[in-house]
Design a protein around this ligand. Sequence first.
Ligand code: GTP
Ligand code: MG
Length: 370
Amino acid sequence: PETITVSELANRMAARGGDVVKALFRMGVMATLTQSIDADTAQLVVEEFGHRVKRVADSDVEIGLEGETDEDGELMPRPPVVTVMGHVDHGKTSLLDALRRTDVAAREAGGITQHIGAYQVQMKNGERITFLDTPGHEAFTAMRARGAGVTDMVVLVVAADDGVMPQTVEAIHHAKAAGVPLIVAINKIDKDGVNPDRVRNELLQHEIVVEELGGDTQEIQVSATKGIGLDKLAEAISLQAEVLELRANPDRMGEGTVIESKLDRGRGPVATVLVQRGTLRTGDNVVAGAEWGRVRALVNDKGQQVKEAGPSVPVEVLGLSGVPSAGEPLVVVEDESRAREISEFRQRKVREKAAAALTAGRGSLTDMLA
Ligand code: GTP
Ligand code: MG
């Protein structure tokens, strides 16, 4: 019988692998991204994704946020998006710095990551990898969840001298919930007396079984500060990416997700967007959450202005009407009036929601006083 792997099916629908895994799970089918499902099951999943389009709010239907399929021939290989997660101070930013050969941690206040950074790194073999940095401090759960939500895989950084800690466990849960594979990077192996076996056994207690213990999770020993194991880590990522067969159609209107956003004094609202499908260009009319605008400029991770950004590329978007929330989708629409219309629709919904919450709050207050 005809079969298709879950990741291939996701690619054909231009859906996220994790969403397809979740849809299958709801249908009672346990399958990982690399497993194959039969054509009947695949059909059900496709219908489920199609059905979701109809349920999306009126104004969102036509812009085809989900369910609109790309032809097989239109799909081109795209770089993997890798989110680096782990407990506070385990060396996530240092590891990224080592990979980028730059030094962001030194420039950060106190060396603690306060936001998600997004970078694209070109490896020795010419392949590109998009990295998202996340903070390890326990207060930033939402940022870690968002990071896991837009990524193809997670690199879990565990400091060999500290072992598995609360946010290590939290990161494992995020990766599992998002249905994305995980690569373990045991960091700080340059330190005296560290024992990777301890980390392996601690991970085992959270059902992460590394290859060294006969499992299927890749494990790489690294030192971010001494530059040990970086090539091996890049190789492990490439290998995992190959399995996932990551593809996207660059020849359509751009779509992506807001990774972080801020109001910049000189530049106005700035949203860092990870492009996921299509190509985003300067001059495009976009909607980002409840905000809209015409893209005035795109700035890449090196601070350079670029004319366009394709799948898996992170860029800063300038020209929005306001600051969209992190995690909101950004989509290109055909013209300005459409952008305004969708934005107004969404702002109305936001107001209605706030009003409803307020009413509910009053109700309970009245009850309390009665
Ligand atoms: P948060 O973003 O706050 O969660 O921390 P982080 O995981 O990004 O850690 P960061 O890269 O800021 O590193 C924390 C500390 O560990 C710094 O003092 C680094 O110099 C040190 N460090 C990172 N990697 C290594 C390593 O491989 N070996 C040693 N000896 N120290 C390291
Ligand atoms: Mg950091």
